[in-house]
Ligand binder design. Sequence first.
Ligand code: ATP
Length: 233
Amino acid sequence: MLKVEHLRAFYGKAQALEDISFEVNQGEIICILGNNGAGKSTTLMSISGVMKQKEGVIHFKGSDIGKKQPHEIVALGISQVPEGRRIFPTLTVEENLKMGGFLKKRIDKEKIGEIYELFPRLKERKNQLGGSLSGGEQQMLAIGRALISEPQLLMLDEPSLGLAPQIIDMIFDSIISLRKRGMTILLIEQNAELALEVSDRAYVIELGRTVLTADSETLRKDRSIQSIYMGQQ
Ligand code: ATP
């Protein structure tokens, strides 16, 4: 579904990505692991079209999306949940969800219903302002908003960041139920343990390069690989 080959990206003259290659097949959960500053967020932003200074190949469902604008990429079926959620604090939960459908002429009430089914907490708080939600609820809202555009590929940037363990479990349960409904997911995480538990395959990036790929189960069992590439003991 998504194929990235020899991706390079730059912030001005500074090169953030040197050589990133990976593939995501339909129905898979793929995780990208790596330490702080390895280039995980830059990789996602390159795919979603936010990062413009880039070279290499980004193919989605067979077509080249490397030069496309972010709204065109959303329309083609890729939605991103950015790090730090970035919900609209002065809009209600339901208004935030509707903003996720700005490219559509009409927002399906059924679609909002499905999101409330996935995250009952959002339904309970649908008239509450986004800014008054807890961190975990804001993460649910950010995922819900990304789902409104009915993506075929959902990209999540560090969904566990700054959340309590119990809330993290809820978020990851929702990732698993999304996959059961057929969603393809590209997940970026610093919490390797968690990401390897829910994903099918993993890629490790280091200093802007893909250095390793394996199925998640194998990687999860291999503590030596984890200690080399992910700073785990
Ligand atoms: P983190 O988990 O800390 O977000 P990451 O793996 O997502 O790390 P990136 O944020 O993609 O890493 O950063 C990759 C490299 O690009 C780093 O060296 C970082 O310092 C650099 N970088 C990121 N954003 C910018 C920016 N706006 N301007 C200049 N350099 C940047």
